[in-house]
Design a protein around this ligand. Structure first.
Ligand code: ASP
Ligand code: MG
Length: 420
């Protein structure tokens, strides 16, 4: 007998039929003798629809009210799923994040879980019932509900699994696991059977829509084994594990290729090339709470001026640009330009550490495909390049092929449409 946390994403509970399918799976897991905690996302596009409704009402919604609004999506799911599981003849009780003891800080819309006190869930399990928890939400010190950021239900599931010391956390989505590239772009992408948390973090933070980043961080910190799999099939998915010295992971050199179209490039033109210029620039951006990914500084010609480019999430561009403009007096630069038509393509693999020649193969593949590289950044286990938006798909495919990742036979199956 095991304790299993099962998380179902929005596409797995998009309508009544889907709810019933999930209920059958949960009931079967319970009947097999397991204790089951279910974490559920909002149905289909509910979260987007709620955001859309709010936007029709005001441009400046108070953050607290937005969070109350958005938590409603997951509450609808949890109650409907409870109905469906009970109808299967298995007792189930649903709980909001607050009732389940999910405590967070107060950053509405992007709150972090600060602790989980799952007493209510433990009692439910002890009584032989399935506990269903609304994902993506918690409660802050002032007893107000908060949300964890888009895709946050994964994090709810992993945090609960950690707090309950669950044997496994199953993340059900609309593809059969994590692939060597987005199967929507590369039809010959392969399912990765086992992936380290380290590689998963790099893939997820560079656009692979596999898991909420914080969920992977939690899994890494608390050693929660994750199984990413499809709710539409019974196939084994991808296990995300923490390799240890006693149990190393037999890994290929390359795990996969991720891409991210949601970034933009900001270029500050004619920055005075003198000590402290970059420090002042990025201090201003950091003060606006904007996360920067790649940075490139050009060589300075005889003018003693240089251009500095960096990438930021599209949603943060306006703030970054404003922060720099406001600091213009102390910064000294000529102009600031923004380009949204870029994408970042990243190659990830723990084997890069010990295998030379990976970057040469990657740049060679792009050269052959006639794709221009605008920026490059690397970590120990990742190489990322900025390319023009409309070349992203070509770049992903060229790199995927160059590293021998294409599968000869099975085509990846995409059951839903959202990737969550
Ligand atoms: N419903 C929320 C969203 O769409 C949370 C989640 O699905 O994990 O972002
Ligand atoms: Mg969702």
């Amino acid at each position: 007998m095991a304790l299993v946390v099962q998380k179902f994403g929005g596409s797995s509970v998009s309508d009544a039929t889907a709810m019933k399918r999930v209920a059958r799976r949960v009931a079967a897991t319970r009947r097999a003798g397991n204790d089951v905690v279910v974490v559920v996302s909002a149905m289909g596009d509910t979260t987007d629809e709620l955001l859309d409704l709010a936007a029709q009402i005001t441009d400046e919604p108070p953050a607290r009210e937005m969070d109350i609004l958005l938590t409603a999506g997951e509450r609808i799911s949890m109650a409907l799923l409870a109905l469906a599981i009970n109808a299967e003849g298995v007792e189930a009780r649903s709980y909001t994040g607050q009732q389940a003891g999910v405590m967070t800080d107060s950053r509405y819309g992007k709150a972090s879980i600060t602790g989980v006190v799952p007493d209510r869930i433990t009692r439910t399990l002890a009584e032989g019932q399935v506990a269903i928890v609304a994902g993506f939400q918690g409660v802050n010190d002032s007893n107000d509900v908060t949300t964890l950021g888009r895709g946050g239900s994964d994090t709810t599931a992993v945090a609960l699994a950690a707090a309950l010391k669950a044997d496994a956390c199953e993340i059900y989505t609309d593809v059969d696991g994590v692939y060597t590239a987005d199967p929507r772009v590369v039809r010959s992408a392969r399912r990765i059977p086992r992936l380290s948390t380290e590689e998963t973090l790099e893939l997820a933070s560079h656009g692979a829509k596999i898991l909420h980043l914080r969920a992977v961080e939690f899994a890494r910190r608390y050693d929660v084994p994750l199984h990413v799999r499809s709710s539409f099939s019974d196939l084994e998915g991808t296990w995300v594990v923490n390799p240890t010295e006693e149990e190393p992971l037999e890994e290929p050199i390359i795990a996969g290729v991720a891409h991210d179209r949601s970034q933009g490039k900001v270029t500050v033109v004619g920055v005075h090339d003198e000590p402290g210029a970059a420090a002042r620039l990025f201090t201003a951006v950091a003060a606006a709470d904007v996360n920067i990914d790649m940075i490139v500084q050009n060589i300075s010609h005889e003018t003693h001026k240089t251009d500095i480019s960096f990438t930021v999430p599209e949603a943060d561009v306006a703030e970054a640009v404003l922060a720099i403009q406001e600091a213009k007096d102390t910064l000294a630069f000529d102009d600031i330009v923004y380009n949204a038509n870029i994408g970042i393509v990243s190659l990830v693999g723990a084997g890069m550490r010990t295998n030379p020649g990976v970057s040469a193969t990657l740049f060679g593949a792009l050269a052959q495909a006639g794709i221009n590289i605008e920026m490059i950044s690397t970590s120990e286990i990742r190489i990322s390049v900025v390319v023009e938006s409309d070349r992203v798909d070509d770049a992903v495919r060229a790199i995927h092929t160059a590293f021998g990742l294409d599968s000869a036979d099975t085509e990846a199956v995409v059951y839903g449409g959202t990737g969550r």
